[in-house]
Write a protein that binds this ligand. Structure first.
Ligand code: GAF
Length: 396
């Protein structure tokens, strides 16, 4: 598929030429994602409904004569170099020796070779130059975009023949073991499998997916992102702690994952765990049901029917899972007060962005309301833009 030339694509190519000389063999790209609903359900074997956005990370890439991987990006000036045969010693044990951003592409190289059962000595080295227009730390998964772009490029250049789900699994492994963030697989699947004007309904246990038409444009709606500019990182405490609470609750209930607990089971679970652990679990159990209800509402009625589900999801994250921050609550409240049909924080939480489903004619009012509400509370100015459900990873 041919994508229109994006500024980041040009920047990646220019960085490639300035660093390595000559032309890349090609450029590949993968998108960030917004999650419509289904938060923290992925690592509980549950359901999610994300969609890829038009913001992409591009990589200009070429094989080398030797067996070295060299990566460079516009977001961190210095090139990072590693012999391919060293990758399995570096990851995961010695990942701290690798510059933080470079753990993503080098981690992908490691995870892909392992998934393809290829000896690193049997593949040529690579030169990779990255540029991105996915906002970093905004909860729009800039990390899955780097992983997806790298995985697509290396899968083609090394002729590994891996399918998209396997590429997504390699991305998650790189994120978990090479970067050290204990995330689920939602972001990588959304970035690999995204479709224009549709969300990806993913069962995180079976990894089966269905495409769900969103039809925002046809319904006269826009999906507005309100990036609070409060940065978050999932390798740090809060995300890990929430995950541990979910695992505790599942173990207390005697099931492999909270996917196996229904709303009817909640009173019994309440007797088995402490109050905080119970609320963490209740978020997951009710959020799984909200994903199923959202898919049904989209299919049977259309996007105007999902506003209340988005709001209920936010309330659950704010009060039960406690991963919102005042800036996200302010964004959601301001958007709703200005007429949004629904709004919620998106992504892992502790910062990042909220999304709001808004009548096309109300986008300016929602934008103004959010900016005014942030100013009133003395918060940093939010970055506000609309996103369009877009295609997944591809050779450009
Ligand atoms: C982050 C993680 F990377 C995802 O796997 C998911 O858990 C999400 O937070 C919360 O839904 O984006």
């Amino acid at each position: 598929m041919t994508l229109p030339a994006a500024p980041a694509r040009t920047a990646a190519t220019e960085l490639f030429t300035a660093t390595f000389g000559g032309e890349p063999a090609g450029t590949w790209s993968a998108p960030g994602r917004a999650n419509l609903i289904g938060e923290h359900t992925d690592y509980n074997d549950g359901f999610v409904l994300p969609f890829a956005i038009e913001h992409r990370t591009h990589v200009a890439a070429r094989l080398r004569e030797d067996a070295t991987a060299i990566v460079i990006s516009t977001f961190d000036g210095d090139a990072v170099e590693a012999p391919l045969s060293d990758l399995s010693a570096l990851f995961p044990a010695r990942r701290d020796e690798v510059t933080e951003w470079a753990r993503y592409p080098l981690g992908i190289a490691w995870a892909l070779l392992d998934a393809a059962r290829r000896d690193p000595r049997d593949v040529p080295g690579v030169e990779l130059a990255f540029a991105s227009d996915v906002p970093v730390g905004a909860g729009l998964s800039s990390s899955a975009a780097i992983e997806g772009a790298t995985a697509s490029a290396l899968n083609d250049l090394w002729q590994l023949g891996l399918d998209r789900v396997t590429l997504a699994q390699a991305g998650r492994r790189a994120e978990n073991e090479a970067v050290g963030a204990p995330t689920g697989i939602m972001d990588q699947m959304a970035s690999m499998l995204g479709q224009p004007d549709a969300a990806i309904f993913l069962d995180c246990r079976s990894l089966e997916t269905q495409t769900v038409d969103l039809g925002f444009t046809a319904a006269g709606l826009d999906l507005v992102v309100i990036d609070t500019n409060v940065k978050h990182a999932h390798s740090t405490g809060g995300y890990r702690e929430r995950r541990a609470a979910c695992e505790r609750a599942a173990a207390a209930f005697g099931v492999p994952a909270l996917r196996d607990v229904s709303e009817a089971d909640l009173p019994r679970l309440a007797e088995l765990v402490d109050e905080v652990t119970f609320r963490r679990a209740r978020h997951i159990v009710t959020e799984n049901q909200r994903v199923l209800d959202t898919v049904q509402a989209l299919r049977e009625t259309g996007p105007r029917a999902i506003g209340d589900l988005l709001v209920a999801s936010h309330v659950s994250m704010r009060d039960d899972f406690e991963i919102s921050v005042p800036e996200l609550d302010t964004a959601v409240d301001a958007a709703l007060a200005a007429g949004a049909l629904g709004a919620r924080m998106t992504g892992g939480g502790f910062g990042g962005a909220a999304i709001a489903l808004v009548e096309h004619a109300d986008v300016a009012a929602v934008t103004d309301a959010a900016i005014a509400a942030f100013a009133e509370r003395g918060f940093a100015v939010p970055t506000i833009f609309t996103v369009t459900p877009s295609a997944g990873a591809a050779r450009d």
